[in-house]
Design a protein around this ligand. Sequence first.
Ligand SMILES: [Zn+2]
Length: 435
Amino acid sequence: MTKLYVFFLVLLTTSVLADIRIIAEGVEPDQVVELERVVEEVGDQFFDLIGIENDSDSGKAAISLHINYSDYELADERLNAGRFKNNWAFSHPAAMESHVALQPPVSMEVLEQVGLPLQTKIQIAHESVHLYFYKAFPNHPSHPDWLSEGVAVYVAERSIRSLGAMGPAEAEPWTSTEIVRVQKMFKNYPEMTIDSILAGSIEDVSSLTMYALHGLFIGWLDEIGAAEKILQEARRFGGGSKYAQNLSSAVVEAIESAGIDDPDATFRAWVNGFEPQWEEVYRSMQTSNDEWMHAAFASKNAICWNQEPLGEGDWAITGSLYVFNTGRSQMNILLGRSTDGFVTVACSGDWGVTIFNYTSKDNNWNRLEVVEVPTMKFGRWIKFKISKRGNRLWVRMGKQRAFKVEIGDLDLSGQWGLGVQKGSAGIWKDVQVDR
Ligand SMILES: [Zn+2]
């Protein structure tokens, strides 16, 4: 009887507090509750950042999570004539609806065993920020990207982190990669200023880098104590052609009254002060738990580079891997990133290991060794150890005797990384490098 009572209490609590309805067909009820908590936390953080009460009527705002990409496409066709096909997520102010496709698109087996991917949770949080903006800011159609996307990125990440689903900014591949992107951008564009962010005049930069830059910019404004004032002004101004200009002046003023003498240099130094640990070339790996779920989209191999090079001399990488059976499943341990390429230890889910040397100049995968490993099966933990001793690699999978791979004069002193083949999903555990 007590159990039943608690159950109803929980149900009631979430449906009353959640400001935005979650529609997620085919998703386990406890995972839907998890998303309701995400949206609720985003609401708290969003209104806390602005320093106002969340007193707006919850209305009919809803976020749909689509397990099948084709359902997302239908929603995009219905509301945007297919304009956001490649976005995998969008929000629609008139309909007060957001739609998010499961990303990366993992199988039901993965969903049941490890839950919703972090990337999906971040995207749900991100779109819910847009819905809160629509509700609380009548002038939202005039918002420049640095404001709408910057706040969405910043509040979404802060919320997911405070719920414990994401590690510190420098340690979690998702946020760490954003820092790497902006640090690289600063190197390539020494002339970039806060004015150019406000004017939206930065060119030749990928949209992913712009999201990252805008998110970090809002984070910095919050750090120096200027964000609340700016957001309150952003809410006060009437929309229209003067909006962006008025807002820019408010930003400059708020930074000045925060006592920042050289804003461009201070912002740059703040971003450069982070020590990011991972760079994900293609998503998506999550490291907040002991078990690191790693899944790839159907068309790209997921690649995540650790930022600390293996270094000259000998080293060993140890850990365990678990490959889900998705038909074409393979997990990769990557060694010695350089401009010339890298070496990959490709672990195919149900038969064995192939070692390749990838050379970038001719985009070629040169096979160094192929070894069958009878104990390798889908859905089973396999321990691995890869050691470099002079001009040889020693590779041990499971209980099988280690085999050697001649690497000649290949330079493997660069970064190491983890990857999963396109369409694959797996889990890494206790991955460690001894130098
Ligand atoms: Zn957005």
